[in-house]
Write a protein that binds this ligand. Structure first.
Ligand SMILES: Cc1cc2nc3c(=O)[nH]c(=O)nc-3n(C[C@H](O)[C@H](O)[C@H](O)COP(=O)(O)O)c2cc1C
Length: 150
């Protein structure tokens, strides 16, 4: 059975809610699912899941949420090779923050690719100004992702 690790970066719980809404779709498609509320590098690479799905919101001015900094610091400082890592990414933000819109998700996407990871499918960006209930965008995206890639 393929497995998906869902790595959550959240301040107020919205990204965790998205992860919990999406998990049953992956389970129905035959994946084993584990949600990581306190992601670490070990949980990403040891063992590496068949798919790493990041549900990541932005705080501050383009910053990573605090629960995610153990992983983001490890990636930025240790620069591990992520060759072979397949990942998908849902970035949550608010366009009222203008040039830091979805800044953490965009930065993470670039970092994962730089370290050798391969993004599968397009990054979803959820704008809280347009889509207050993030599930309204995330669930259709997940259904389309599964139809195209599993
Ligand atoms: C203090 C604060 C700072 C924020 N900074 C940004 C930002 O720089 N860029 C952005 O796109 N969204 C920003 N947001 C919006 C959040 O990313 C957005 O509301 C998201 O849906 C929150 O998800 P969460 O419930 O998982 O924390 C900020 C929100 C707050 C409250």
């Amino acid at each position: 059975m393929p497995d998906v690790g869902i790595y959550v970066a959240t301040v107020y719980g919205g990204a965790l809610d998205v992860a919990e809404q999406i998990a049953p779709l992956f389970e129905a498609a035959g994946y084993g699912v584990e949600i990581h509320e306190t992601p670490t590098l070990e949980k990403l690479v040891d063992p590496q899941p068949n798919l790493a799905l990041f549900c990541i919101s932005t705080t501050g001015r383009g910053d990573y949420p605090g629960n995610f900094t153990a992983l983001s610091n490890a990636l930025e400082q240790q620069r591990p090779s992520l060759e072979g890592l397949r990942y998908a990414l849902i970035a949550m933000g608010d366009s009222s923050y203008e040039d830091s819109f979805c800044g953490a998700g965009r930065r993470l996407d670039e970092l994962l690719t730089t370290l050798g990871g391969s993004r599968v499918g397009e990054r979803l960006e959820v704008d809280a100004s347009e889509t207050p209930m993030a599930d309204d965008a995330a669930l259709p995206w997940a259904e389309q992702w599964l139809a195209a890639h599993s």
